[in-house]
Design a protein around this ligand. Sequence first.
Ligand SMILES: Cc1cc2nc3c(=O)[nH]c(=O)nc-3n(C[C@H](O)[C@H](O)[C@H](O)COP(=O)(O)OP(=O)(O)OC[C@H]3O[C@@H](n4cnc5c(N)ncnc54)[C@H](O)[C@@H]3O)c2cc1C
Length: 395
Amino acid sequence: MSWRYDVVVVGAGIAGPIVARNVARAGYSVLLIDKKAAIGTPKQCAEGISIKVFDKYDIPYDKRFINREIYGAKLYSPSGYELEMRYKEVSGVILERKVFDKMLAYYAAKAGADVLARTEATDIIRKDGKIAGIKAKHEGEPVEIYADVIVAADGVESTIARKAGINTYAPPHEFDSSYEYEMLIEGFDPDLIHLWFGNEVAPRGYVWVFPKDEDRANVGIGINSDNPQTAKYYLDKWLKENNIPAKKLLEINVGLVPVGGFVKELAKDNVVVVGDAARQVNPMHGGGMGEAMNAATIASKWIVKALEEENISLLQNYTKEWWEKDGKRLEKVLKVRHVTEKLTDEDLDLFIQILSGADTEKIAGGDYGEVIKALLKHPKVILSPRRIKLLKQLL
Ligand SMILES: Cc1cc2nc3c(=O)[nH]c(=O)nc-3n(C[C@H](O)[C@H](O)[C@H](O)COP(=O)(O)OP(=O)(O)OC[C@H]3O[C@@H](n4cnc5c(N)ncnc54)[C@H](O)[C@@H]3O)c2cc1C
């Protein structure tokens, strides 16, 4: 079997369907494939996303994939200090990704793209020294898919970009290992997401409770993947220590989250890499859906331009544009993460205590200036040379 398209997109998670939809809307032929038999299933996600993405990326606010609207966050320090950031308006939602991913693929199909589940890309096709397409298996049958542009949106374990000669290597330290139960749980305000910090709780990361219902939530953990202990060990320990019974588990998910190692070269010849495959994730909290949507929007703009002008070298502008704004922004966040990794439990306690008196709205909006201002006012910070040194590393 052999097919031909203008663009083939490998991976129908978040980034892939958005690229496919945007390129199809511009009138080009697109094939979106995913190796999963049911797009979106299984999920590997806590499903939390900002409310802003719906308007920004032209995604319908459809109740079919929204489990719960969220009004803010509550942070807990190792000794139990709390920082609550609650808004009058909805600030985010907990999605049902099994439905969301499938609907994103549906929007791509409605825009004109072909979409094939249970279709796995296995290799790159080279002709006369150039990449001409991909080899795939569609329902077990081999197929050759020829395309002018190939998009690797195949997630954290991406193979396609690497096979095309793009360096996607990142050291193990730049990944978080995560473990998550979707379970019945009570006693937490279901209008907020809840995050627990501490070197004994979740080294480098946090434990989360993201409510999907009054009494049902994604309860998970992310820790540095080079930790000698497993993420499951820390999550089960946290549940036990907090007397939370783990006997009503509806789902168990395991996954890796890239938290650094952003890919330098996002386009090589006619191959483009986007989303987790390009490590386009916020390295502080591990949220990657919004970043994947953003990168997919930039990538699709340059794919359309390259096709319109019959000039594949225009794809390089995707690398340029993403790095100039978003790459720079995420590198700064990574710098902050490298500093926060060094915080002791005592630092974390103090940090949360101090921030509870600062402008939490600005902090929640990612205003690190506000965080530093609040910290620099506190005598326990000013009088500690080690803490001052850590703060200086942020500036
Ligand atoms: C436990 C966990 C919790 C998370 N929680 C959040 C959260 O709350 N909020 C948030 O914003 N982010 C979260 N993330 C991160 C988020 O899930 C990812 O950043 C996001 O899904 C990236 O989208 P993507 O399209 O790049 O990749 P994915 O969503 O991973 O999609 C890649 C797709 O490619 C397909 N694929 C792979 N290889 C092939 C192949 N060879 N052929 C065909 N198809 C292929 C896969 O089946 C998959 O469907 C979490 C991650 C984990 C692991």
